[in-house]
Design a binder for this molecule. Sequence first.
Ligand SMILES: [Zn+2]
Length: 186
Amino acid sequence: MKALIIVEEQVDFCEGGSLAVNGGVEVVKKTTEFLTENAGNYDLILATRDWHEPDNSNGGHISDSPDYVDTWPTHCVQGTPGAEYHPNLDTGFIQVHIIKGMGRSDYSGFQGVDLESGKSLDDILKVNGISQLDIIGIAEDHCVRATAIDGLDLGYKVRVFKDLTTPVTPGTGALEEVASKGGLII
Ligand SMILES: [Zn+2]
């Protein structure tokens, strides 16, 4: 069984947001086109969202003087417009909504939980008999990378679609690293 994981296609990570990643809006547009054509090929479609607490640094993740490597400007605060899915993402296809980063510096979707049930991402995938993951979204060198590597470490077959992701910093070799651990880059 095969699942699609859409990583953090949120307002704050797209152009115009508080932590905008170049190419974010384009990735969202292509994701909706991809879903329209390919949703039927998946047994489960999930999306993750960064979902930070409003009144603290979330474990040092958010800083007034961010380095854009380990610390970041305020972004994706629970219940704010910036934390919502980008309006160009057709959320009608999403069956499971994973949230992560509640008071913590989470990068991998596997650190998150189902908004409805509180179950972990790994539990949701296992209950649904998923063995194969296709991973897309924002950002290639952080949350896509971390989610893909955790998926591989947990024994899933993982593919990342290069055209459906975009990095904060180009040239870090994030996808090469995923490939070196057994992931397939399409
Ligand atoms: Zn964050």
